[in-house]
Write a protein that binds this ligand. Structure first.
Ligand code: AMP
Ligand code: MG
Length: 399
């Protein structure tokens, strides 16, 4: 039996970064930067005022000094006078500092009348001056390849005058559900059917992981039907199926994958939920045969498919954050396999507390709906109230 970490290492060992593409910077939100960004600009380009006030020479600025106001400089214009001894220049936030001045006195700290100002106190050199290049200097490496692009990165790219940026291509992921019992969305289940959940939860997980889902629909448990869908799925970069991978006589997904040319590994992985995981490749394309139970499908996607999709985009941060939380109620893992138990997280006096979402059956999709995280609990282990528990954080939780 493989540990989850061993299975993850085997999978990631086969990850290939996809080719890159250039996109407009706003379209790069959430994508992975594929080029290092060096600054071609100095920001700010010149020292400027961080206050509305007066640009002065700090050496002149003794308490009750009187300075003559010789110019006025607003943001968007350039100073025309240098500041000489005994002089000041009226200045506004963001306006370039005039030559000779090395400090700004905020307007509320002076008495101004008839072209002169009286200071009330001393001024430190550099006060309320933002130096040239305090944000970015020319030639700085400002963003490294492999970083996820967020709002701040997009602002910085705009500052550098970049309209487009090179990012990792999104992996296209074909999603197939199998099972005679499945009624797809839009058709009413017959008395012998259940609704298809996995296609939709898995496609959503693909999107959340930065991929583009391709819906292969539902195939009944027939080799020809499954094979036909798999052939269609080969236009994608990754194939993910759910169900039909156990050892029942209607579990035909593995056979169909092998017929399509797949080289497959079937692993028993030390985890619950999740039956054996099928992983392999067809012509260099990763293929995953996930278990059919809705929670098992989602949790195995989370642990095995998501890291692969992130690696394929060139992302450096592959895994979720884990935290150490305090058990707010007993958390019991009765089985011998390591449990990935669904928990709610609550902020408690500066620490996170975790409690089970309720029943943990692998068919209880509502345990995933309520889950903020997955508690990672060794086999045959009871965690008592107040004890630590490791939790993989699945979503933002407000404190
Ligand atoms: P299997 O791996 O084919 O034995 O399926 C395991 C369980 O998951 C069975 O109870 C199936 O009915 C259920 N299941 C399989 N696929 C889906 C799906 N797409 N949506 C909801 N439940 C499913
Ligand atoms: Mg089945």
């Amino acid at each position: 039996m493989l540990s989850v970490e061993q299975a993850q290492a085997e999978i990631l060992g086969r990850a290939r970064v996809l080719p890159t593409e250039r996109v407009d910077i706003l379209a790069a939100l959430g994508r992975v930067l594929a080029e290092p960004i060096r600054s071609t600009r100095r920001i700010p380009p010149w020292p400027n005022s961080s206050m509305d006030g007066y640009a002065v020479r700090a050496a002149d600025a003794r308490p009750s000094a009187i300075l003559r106001v010789v110019d006025r400089v607003i943001a968007g214009s350039l100073p025309t006078h240098a500041v000489a001894a005994g002089e000041a220049v009226r200045i506004f936030t963001g306006a370039p500092m005039p030559a000779g001045a090395d400090a700004v006195v905020p307007q509320e700290d002076v008495d101004a009348r008839d072209g002169v100002i009286a200071l009330r106190g001393a001024v430190e050199p550099g006060a309320y001056v933002r130096p040239a290049g305090e944000d970015v200097r020319e030639g700085d490496l400002v963003l490294e390849a492999g970083r996820a692009i967020g709002a701040a990165e997009i602002g910085l790219l705009a500052t550098l005058g970049r309209t487009q940026v090179t990012v990792g291509r999104r992996p296209r992921v074909a999603v197939l559900s199998t099972g005679n019992e499945l009624a797809d969305l839009g058709t009413e289940p017959t008395p012998a059917q259940i609704p298809n959940a996995n296609t939709y939860s898995l496609m959503a997980q693909v999107v959340e992981a930065g991929g583009l889902p391709l819906n292969l629909g539902v195939a009944p448990d027939r080799l020809d039907a499954i094979s036909e869908r798999i052939a269609r799925g080969l236009e994608a970069d990754v194939l993910v199926s759910s169900a039909g991978v156990s050892v029942g006589e209607l579990d035909l997904v593995r056979e169909a994958l092998v017929n399509a040319g797949a080289e497959l590994h079937l692993w028993k992985v030390d985890m619950r939920p999740g039956k054996p995981i099928t992983f392999g490749s067809i012509a260099g394309r990763p293929v995953f045969g996930l278990p059919g139970n809705p929670v098992s499908a989602m949790v195995t996607f989370e642990l095995f498919v998501r890291p692969m999709l992130r690696a394929m985009q060139g992302r450096r941060a592959i895994s979720r954050a884990t935290i150490t939380a305090t058990a707010l109620a007993p958390i019991v893992n009765r089985g011998s396999r390591r449990g990935y138990l669904r928990v709610v997280l609550e902020a408690r006096r500066g620490r996170w507390g975790a409690r089970l979402t309720g029943e943990q059956g692998s068919g209880i999709l509502r345990s995933m709906v309520s889950a903020d995280g997955l508690a990672v609990v060794p086999g045959d282990t009871s965690i008592a109230i107040g004890d630590n528990v490791e939790v993989i954080v699945l979503r933002e939780v407000s404190a």
